[in-house]
Design a protein around this ligand. Structure first.
Ligand code: PLP
Length: 425
């Protein structure tokens, strides 16, 4: 069977203009527009092997082939610990000591990990980060928010807020994909919405309070893919929220928000004010339950346990220094490899913006990243595909702390093997 390399029906688009990507329903069309033209296709490499025909030798394959940017690798040790505890934990009441103790350990563990001041609270509830955006629209934004938009996820909170009839139109500051904008102090803004790590593009941003912001303005940070692997300073942030299916190597469906006293005051004021807030989205109710080490409605107990286990694993081994150190070593390896490669290059040009947790690697026209990902998948190395809406000839590789360094090194060896096999076919 003859297959086309880049730009085939499902292929990436090596020639796509990165700045032309719109993170909307139109993005798929945009990505198709960015695909190589017919004449360009003529010059692309013809590949004759199907993914299953290329076998990566066992000696160079990673032991664990999970490189997804979320849900990401769950450590076998955590699963084994859950199985051991299961008879006294799974299937027991979340209002009773067995489960409340685990929730308590999770909250204390996060307080230690992030070195949160004593007057902060770790609040949690069901529904993941997406639900937290809705809860924050009701219970964290007073009137007007400012959002930084630099990829799929950072654009979504702004879209949710824009539809809320009781809020003013938000300000949205965008930048080209592959970079990030900075917040701009504005006295009319009462919440600045930042994203610590944009998972779709692999861009990390520094967290700092904008100058000229009003005294009681909050800085709220979506840290879904950063939390637990990228250090941050609580004095620059009021609400650091995330879901645990990434660096915390758990399952999705839970949101966790570390809240400063200023954020707690805002939550309590809005929860007790005239605004109608559905109970399941009421941060006041969530806060009240969290301080009792429980959630308002039934959580997935396995998710809570796995998150707690990962937090304690970090803390027992040196905390953020340990977890961030692991991610830094993993991402340094892959970026260095790409920089020295003849066919791959890091997508994010500015090194300071290169994510230590999600590495996006562009491939040149000699080879299709989609085909590399397909061969890797057929060999048990999964979820390295680029972010679909970005529409580039790209692999996206998670560097979360659960991943072993030896496996990352084996991944780059495997990619080299696959590229050689595809291009010499
Ligand atoms: C930065 C970021 N924000 C938000 C989300 C959405 O999280 P959830 O699926 O828990 O709603 C994701 C998911 O990948 C993400 O990476």
């Amino acid at each position: 069977m003859v297959r086309l390399a880049p730009g085939s029906a499902e292929g990436g688009s090596a020639t796509a203009d990165p700045n032309a990507v719109a993170f909307s329903e139109d993005a798929e069309k945009t990505s198709r527009r960015g695909s190589p033209s017919g004449s360009q296709l003529q010059s692309l490499h013809l590949v004759t092997k199907t993914p299953t025909e290329i076998q990566i030798p066992a000696e160079i394959r990673p032991q664990d082939g999970r490189f997804a940017s979320g849900p990401s690798k769950v450590r076998s040790e955590a699963v084994a610990a859950l199985a051991e505890l299961a008879p006294n934990f799974l299937g027991t009441s979340h209002r009773k000591p067995g489960v409340k103790e685990i929730v308590g350990r999770l909250r204390t563990g996060l307080t230690d990990l992030f070195a949160l001041p004593d007057d902060w609270e770790v609040v949690l509830g069901n529904g993941g980060t997406t639900l937290f955006w809705d809860a924050a629209s009701f219970g964290l934004i007073d009137v007007k928010s400012q959002h930084l938009s630099f990829g799929e996820f950072s654009s979504k909170f702004a879209k949710a807020v824009a539809r809320a009839p009781f809020l003013a139109d938000p300000t949205v500051i965008s930048s080209e994909t592959g970079s990030h904008p900075m917040p701009v102090g504005d006295p009319s803004v009462d919440l600045y919405a930042l994203t610590h790590n944009e998972t779709s593009t692999g861009v990390v941003m520094p967290l700092s309070r904008p100058t000229n912001s009003s005294h009681d303005a909050l800085v709220a940070v979506d840290a879904t893919s950063a939390a637990g692997a990228i250090p941050w300073d609580p004095s620059e942030v009021d609400c650091y929220y995330f879901a645990p299916q990434k660096a915390f190597a758990s399952d999705g469906g839970l949101w966790i928000a570390c809240c400063s006293p200023k954020a707690i005051d805002r939550i309590n004021r809005l929860a007790n004010g005239p605004r109608w807030i559905p109970a399941g989205l009421d941060l006041g109710i969530a806060l009240d339950n969290s301080t009792k080490n429980q959630t308002y409605n039934t959580p997935a107990l396995a998710t809570v346990f796995l998150t707690m286990h990962q937090v304690e694993w970090f803390n027992q081994n040196g905390g953020m220094k340990f977890s961030a150190g692991r991610s830094n070593a993993l991402s340094s390896h892959i970026y260095n490899w790409a920089e020295n490669s003849s066919f791959a290059t890091p997508y994010v040009q500015d090194k300071a913006m290169r994510s230590p947790v999600v590495a996006t690697i562009d491939f040149d026209q000699s080879v299709s990243a989609d085909q590399i990902a397909a061969v890797l998948r057929a060999n048990g190395i999964v979820d390295t595909e680029g972010y679909r809406k970005l529409g580039r000839n790209q692999l996206r590789i998670a560097c979360f702390p659960a991943i072993e360094q030896a496996d990352m090194e084996a991944l780059t060896s495997s990619i080299e093997f696959v590229v050689e096999a595809l291009t010499s076919a």
